[in-house]
Design a protein around this ligand. Structure first.
Ligand code: NAD
Ligand code: DAU
Length: 357
């Protein structure tokens, strides 16, 4: 099945993955209009979108997915035939400090969008589609063996994961109850340009560059499967356009590594890129109190998206990390511009210092 959307509502397009997605699709699909609805929370940054801000098939609207009136007005003005829903509160540690905004945006905001899509599309005689962007965290925590599949029962363990799981259930319920056409992607840890520095990889690169300590939770034994964001957004475009309705796709990089090994790899890459002997920065590593309820391991079986839709990641961790470190070193101004007082307050609350120890 092929789907050719003409007018797409992208939510959360000023965030990390959403902006990488827009940078990709606005240029590869000039025949499609993209409207980016983003509230510009601390995580949203229009600087990410500079390269496409004047593109004729792109428009930005500042507003919240919780604003039902605004969302309905956008549907009526732009006659969307697709929604690609990224907008979310996305950081697990912040959800532990205060889950309130996670339920509001991730659950209620998703409901608002589903209701608007359902209302607009209920009598549609043209193809339409709600693409919900979700996470592997809804499946819970794995031991040393095994992989999540699309049939793995949900077992979310953090407030963030629980809010994403609730949203996933709502999407499927709208399909079952009202016939809303949806597709869903559950993805592993992304990394690459434009990621907010609260997340492990940009946090490590930034702290390494300025010589701050590198906080590793527990003993650094937890395992994540890392996916370069450019590969992810290509997969999203393939799924939106080629998957069947009411289908779920797991997208991972097949690049599992412990946090400690990843941090060492990053520090060594920063050493190399800055002309220091490899190993110089490893003493910056500091083991700190573990994240409460820290999921031990995530791993996804991505074979269906590879075998049935023909997508494959182009980057392994070595090439992706090298590109990512280079990008952050070359874009120090982007990083400095977003490190405002709000970030420093958050850092102090999370790590007990403003980064200097
Ligand atoms: P992010 O935090 O970088 O960006 C979130 C964006 O949503 C920001 O631009 C923010 O301003 C916007 N936003 C927040 N609340 C909003 C609201 N009420 N209305 C409109 N916009 C709002 O997040 P990300 O890392 O780019 O993640 C995007 C999506 O992908 C999320 O749904 C997340 O759960 C999912 N996901 C992320 C990863 C990852 O590794 N980053 C992996 C799997 C899934
Ligand atoms: O798996 C997909 C998820 O990946 C997404 O749904 C989330 O939106 C995204 O934030 C990410 O969640 P994680 O919690 O896995 O990512 P984070 O970068 O916060 O942490 C990665 C690992 O590194 C995790 O095991 C916790 C650890 N960590 C993190 C930070 C910020 C540290 O050891 N020290 C740190 O300072």
């Amino acid at each position: 099945m092929s789907f050719f959307p003409t007018s797409v509502l992208v939510t959360g397009g000023a965030g990390f993955i959403g902006s990488n997605y827009l940078l990709h699709v606005v240029r590869t699909h000039p025949e499609t209009n993209f409207i980016n609805l983003d509230a510009l929370t601390y995580a949203g940054n229009l600087a990410n979108l500079k390269a496409i801000e004047d593109a004729p098939n792109y428009q930005f609207v500042q507003g919240s997915v919780n604003d039902a009136e605004l969302v309905a007005a956008l549907f009526s003005t732009h006659a969307f035939d697709a929604v690609v829903h990224f907008a979310a509160e996305s950081h697990v540690d912040r959800s532990i400090l205060d889950p309130t905004a996670f339920v509001s945006t991730n659950v209620h905001g998703t409901l608002v969008l589903l209701q608007a899509a359902q209302q607009a599309w209920k009598d549609a005689d043209y193809p339409c589609r709600f693409h919900h962007i979700s996470t592997d965290e809804v499946f819970g925590s794995l031991g040393a063996q095994g992989h999540f599949t699309a049939d793995t029962p949900y077992a979310p363990r953090s407030p963030y994961a629980a809010s994403k799981a609730a949203a996933d259930h709502l999407v499927r319920a709208f399909g079952t109850t009202y016939g809303l056409p949806w597709v869903m992607t559950n993805t592993s840890n992304n990394y690459g340009p434009f990621q907010f520095p609260e997340k492990l990889i940009p946090l490590v690169i930034r702290n390494a560059v300025v010589g701050y300590s590198i906080p590793v939770y527990g003993r650094g034994e937890n395992v994540r499967d890392w996916l370069y964001v450019q590969d992810h957004v290509e997969a999203l475009d393939v799924v939106l356009r080629n998957a069947g309705n009411h289908s779920t796709w797991l997208i991972g990089g097949n690049q599992e590594i412990t946090n400690l090994a990843l941090v060492e790899m990053l520090l060594d890459a920063v050493d190399t890129a800055t002309g220091k002997p490899v190993g110089t920065r490893r003493p910056l590593i500091q083991f700190v109190t573990d994240r409460p309820g820290h999921d031990f391991r995530y791993a996804l079986d991505s074979s269906p998206v590879q075998n049935e839709l023909g997508w494959r990641p182009k980057h392994d961790l070595t090439s992706g990390i090298s590109r990512t470190v280079t990008w952050y070193l070359e874009n120090a101004a982007w990083m400095n511009d977003i490190l405002d007082g709000g970030y420093r307050d958050y850092y102090e609350m999370q790590y007990g210092s403003r980064g200097m120890n």
